[in-house]
Design a binder for this molecule. Structure first.
Ligand SMILES: Cc1cc2nc3c(=O)[nH]c(=O)nc-3n(C[C@H](O)[C@H](O)[C@H](O)COP(=O)(O)OP(=O)(O)OC[C@H]3O[C@@H](n4cnc5c(N)ncnc54)[C@H](O)[C@@H]3O)c2cc1C
Length: 284
């Protein structure tokens, strides 16, 4: 009997991956479509909405990046990345064809099954739409199992609203989109103001039967949560995706500790009533 951990269960083993295509989204933000080779003992590579990968570039380092989509046509997984530092800048410079290593998927994603049968509200700020995009796709693929599906999305400028090319299709499939920008540009006829204003105006038909998923800057999520609670959405149906400095991504190193939890292992998607006391502590 072998005591070796099967490769698919070891968080340290990396998949080989290649950047097959790049979709520029906005200044300094690109979506990288990665072809990921399953490990030898796996037949397929699969990811749940809201999970993340650790993208590793030899000689540079590793960064946690959410999986933002699945493309069956060319068998790739999308990762929407804002160029920030070493890994993300090098990824942008290497461009199409870049070889990299991918550990993951890691973490707990959005509780899609638990939301079935209810109204669903997505709230995203900026690049926070990236980890919500697979959840939007999942909900629309199971459209008949949900009540109203609403996406409230805010960005600094109209051009920074991600995936705008997909909004028509989402709306045709039954998603109600409300977008807003901090600053309008010429031609923008939509809302101006922070995303929380739209949450304040949200009137869920039946708040007790509404589930809300949010991802964006932490300050935004705190206001969104307060507003959702004030609208009567129960705390146990409020889910936030958190970002913390991560190193191992597997619950060993403690870098991403939040109270008794590790965001990498117990999150990044966490229930509001569980994390609320820790969100009140600055810089925790
Ligand atoms: C679960 C999870 C999912 C993520 N998903 C995405 C994603 O989909 N797309 C994306 O672009 N980024 C995402 N991030 C953030 C990404 O991991 C960091 O920006 C990462 O540091 C980039 O690596 P780098 O080597 O390019 O930059 P680094 O050299 O590591 O960092 C550049 C600068 O950003 C600061 N920084 C690093 N990490 C963070 C952080 N978590 N919050 C605030 N500042 C930070 C550093 O202090 C430094 O000043 C995610 C993070 C987590 C934890």
């Amino acid at each position: 009997m072998s005591t070796l951990i099967p490769p698919s269960q070891s968080p340290w083993l990396a998949h080989r991956a290649t950047v097959k295509e790049i979709t520029p989204e906005y200044y300094g933000v690109n979506t990288y479509h990665l072809r990921i080779e399953p490990l030898p003992d796996q037949r397929t590579y699969d990811v749940a909405p809201g999970q993340f990968n650790m993208l590793y570039l030899p000689g540079v380092g590793e960064a946690a990046i959410s999986v933002s989509g699945r493309n069956h046509d060319d068998d790739t997984w999308s990762h929407t990345v804002r160029t920030a530092g070493g890994v993300t800048r090098t990824l942008e410079q290497l461009g199409q064809g870049a070889p990299l290593a991918v550990r993951g998927p890691f973490g707990r994603g959005w509780p899609m099954e638990a939301a079935v049968g209810r109204d669903l509200v997505f709230v995203a700020g900026g690049i926070g739409l990236a980890p919500l995009r697979p959840a939007v796709a999942w909900a629309l693929a199971h459209r008949s199992q949900f009540g109203r599906i609403t996406l409230i999305y805010g960005a600094r400028l109209p051009g920074a609203l991600l995936y705008a090319r997909e909004y028509d299709a989402w709306q045709q499939q039954g998603l109600q989109l409300q977008s807003t920008v901090d600053r309008a540009e010429s031609g923008w006829l939509g809302n101006v103001g922070v995303v929380t204003l739209l949450v304040d105006r949200l009137r869920p038909l039946n708040p007790q039967q509404t589930t809300l998923f949010a991802c964006g800057p932490e300050i935004m999520m705190r206001f969104v949560a307060n507003s959702a609670l004030a609208r009567g959405i129960p705390a146990e149906r409020l889910w936030l995706s958190l970002e913390r400095n991560m190193q191992c991504a597997a619950g060993f190193c403690g870098h991403c500790q939040l109270g008794p939890a590790f965001v990498c292992r117990d999150g990044p998607v966490m229930r509001h009533d569980y994390i609320a006391p820790y969100l009140e502590v600055e810089a925790l």
